[in-house]
Design a protein around this ligand. Structure first.
Ligand code: FES
Length: 157
């Protein structure tokens, strides 16, 4: 089977493996690195990771599906993950989500037809003190307001 993940991915994993007690302990870093490279974790990618780690693809999928941070479906170029957990909900996260839905013309969990934006709700991002918070790809944006959100999005369009 031809490899999907790059040589760089395998080099990174080989380097990291010297710092982990076993290859299976590399599973989460491998999922992160693969997602950084591919933007989402297709079934073939999960199989390839399983092969490298030495576990069945179903086990890799089981782990990946437990965490909301792993994308098991294709996502747009810009992936917004808006926290709607308690602290963020109390500080207007629902309005932020609704504003995104109106602006993009999609519902949460969907991507725009041009595949530029994907919108998701997210569990606590660990930024409760600066709620409401969202992640845009791998970057945090905190103390969001409709105005600051629009300024962020205007820069992307
Ligand atoms: S509740 Fe939103 S970051 Fe914690």
């Amino acid at each position: 089977m031809e490899k999907i993940l790059s040589e760089k991915f395998y080099q990174k994993m080989d380097q990291l493996s010297t710092r982990y007690p076993s290859k299976v302990a590399l599973l989460l870093p491998a999922l992160h690195a693969a997602q950084d490279e591919m933007s989402w974790l297709a079934p073939e990618v999960l199989s390839e990771i399983g092969k490298y780690i030495g576990v069945h693809a179903a086990q890799v999928r089981e782990v990946a599906s437990f965490y909301t941070m792993y994308n098991l479906k294709p996502v747009g170029k810009y992936h917004l993950k808006v926290c709607t957990n308690v602290a963020c909900a109390l500080r207007g996260a629902e309005e932020i989500v609704e504003h995104c839905e109106r602006r993009f013309g999609v519902k949460c969990g969907e991507s725009t037809p041009d595949k530029k934006f994907t919108l998701n709700e997210e569990e606590c991002l660990g930024a409760c003190g600066t709620a409401p918070a969202m992640m845009l790809n791998n970057d945090y944006h905190e103390n969001l307001t409709i105005k600051s959100l629009d300024q962020i999005l205007d820069r992307l369009e």
